[in-house]
Design a protein around this ligand. Structure first.
Ligand SMILES: *Cc1c(COP(=O)(O)O)cnc(C)c1O
Length: 321
């Protein structure tokens, strides 16, 4: 369902600004439901849902989750209903955050919304989805859950194992790849997929959710889970797991000065939109590494998230005109 392969494009103006031969992998252009990285992941989850003849898809995420919005879009296209549980992950959210951006789009697509008061309880959030699923079953529906917690198979990462192959068919000579590391499925799939085809390009995961120490544990675990899912040996060496959390503060889904600067610079120089939760932080992290990679060919993996920008309109501090 995704518009694949996505374009690989140069970012000459921003590259000149940073002293890099900078390129972007446009996974914001995966097409359906305003695109983003979750389309690649959902190809695999919803494939399973179709196999099971599911009539309803259930998913949990942050209030401004791009994952739930893309799920609603793909479910709509497949003729399935969509049930979305929104978790309170971001403290003191604004009215815009609660109502605009992805929330507005999910409502527009007719998804049923639920709220979950905890933001850091992945297993609990999944359990609650299970309860909703059982209720749906009682009314004759066939529910399918897109799981969140790391206890479940990393099915979505398969989309990025494939994306790594796709990238290597477009270009093989990057000195470094910068990519978001949240649930870690995008990061793990990409790293795993590259090493599987013996591509040794360094992959730098930029932390958007947990600090580098916690995220390293998660990535290591998910790589092993992925090897098990695929049924091969894990081709990733421990020293290949690189995480940088310097752009994470003040925390998940919160704007920082560095992030705002990165978003503004990408928009001003390239006309490209980055979001405050994921891609803006990845670019802010990449900018911190730029001096080390001076003159090198560097890839920024754009994972989407633009609809969330509208939920953060007040965080940019623009005055009203
Ligand atoms: C979810 C998301 C990420 C992080 O991907 P994970 O696979 O959860 O690590 C990055 N960018 C955007 C825009 C996202 O929506």
């Amino acid at each position: 369902m995704g518009h694949l392969p996505t374009p690989l494009e140069p970012m000459p103006n921003l590259g000149a600004e940073l002293g890099l031969d900078l390129w972007v992998k446009r996974d914001d252009c995966t097409g359906i439901g305003m695109g983003g990285n979750k389309v690649r992941q959902l190809e695999f989850y919803l494939g399973k849902a179709q196999e099971q003849r599911a009539t309803q898809v259930l998913i949990t995420g942050a209030v401004q989750s791009n994952f739930v919005r893309t799920t609603a879009a793909m479910a709509a296209r497949l003729g399935m209903g969509c049930h979305i549980q929104l978790e309170e992950r971001v403290p003191n959210p604004s009215t815009l955050y609660r109502e605009n951006g992805n929330v507005l789009l999910s409502k527009l697509m007719g998804a049923t919304l639920y709220s979950y008061p905890e933001g850091e309880d992945e297993a609990g959030a999944d359990r609650r989805l299970g309860e909703i699923a059982r209720k749906l079953e009682q009314t004759g529906e066939v529910p399918f859950i897109v799981p969140l917690s790391a206890d479940q198979p990393p099915t979505g990462a398969l989309g990025y194992v494939d994306a790594a192959r796709e990238l290597s068919e477009q270009a093989k000579d990057f000195d470094a790849i910068f990519i978001a590391s949240g649930s870690a499925l995008t990061h793990c799939g990409t790293l795993f997929g590259l090493r599987l085809i013996d591509d040794q390009t360094p992959v730098i995961g930029i932390c958007v959710r947990r600090d580098a120490e916690q995220q390293t544990v998660r990535v290591r675990r998910r790589l092993n889970d992925l090897a098990q899912l695929i049924g091969c040996e894990n081709p990733v060496r421990d020293q290949d797991i690189v995480l940088d959390d310097r752009a994470l503060a003040p925390g998940y889904g919160k704007m920082s000065d560095d992030t705002q600067k990165a978003i503004t610079l990408a928009a001003n120089t390239e006309g490209q939109f980055l979001d405050p939760t994921y891609t803006g932080k990845v670019m802010a992290g990449l900018m911190k590494h730029a001096p080390v990679h001076r003159g090198q060919k560097v890839l920024f993996w754009h994972t989407g998230g633009q609809p969330a920008i509208f939920a953060y309109a007040d965080a940019f501090g623009f005055s009203q005109t």
